[in-house]
Design a binder for this molecule. Structure first.
Ligand code: ZN
Ligand code: ZN
Length: 126
């Protein structure tokens, strides 16, 4: 699986949480991460009292550039979803495999209110 931005191989990463180990793929170059819907299901339950950290999003990244899903073959252009509270946070998601690409800083920005809740609203599903 390659980074949709840098096209270099994504690194498998693990995060050991109190109740389970979650797995995701990250890019060592742009620090973006690719997460499956299952991981998001778990992350939604992590409610860290962190402030939104929009400032950590790299302003040099062109978030409007179309990115291909790193998981689907043949590759499929992902859709864009703007965060309702800050249009600087634009996530890419794949309709087919329901994976989500988060640029550096975006995960922390949306984690506070619950990732799945946010996504459901962005994607227009209940
Ligand atoms: Zn990258
Ligand atoms: Zn996909």
């Amino acid at each position: 699986m390659n980074c949709p931005r840098c096209e270099i191989e994504l690194t498998e990463a693990f995060s050991t949480e109190p109740t389970q180990v979650i797995e995701y793929n990250s890019c060592s170059s742009c620090e973006g991460i690719w997460v499956s819907k299952a991981v998001l299901n778990y992350m939604e339950r992590i409610q860290e009292p962190v402030a939104f950290e929009f400032m950590s999003i790299d302003k040099k990244l062109d978030q409007l550039i179309g990115l291909d899903c790193p998981s689907c073959v043949p590759s499929k252009l992902m859709k864009k979803a703007e965060h309702p509270r800050d249009t600087r946070v634009i996530m890419d998601y794949c309709n087919d495999c329901e994976g989500i690409w988060l640029d550096k800083g975006e995960l922390r920005a949306i984690q506070q209110e619950g990732v799945l809740t946010t996504l459901a609203r962005l994607l227009g599903i209940k």
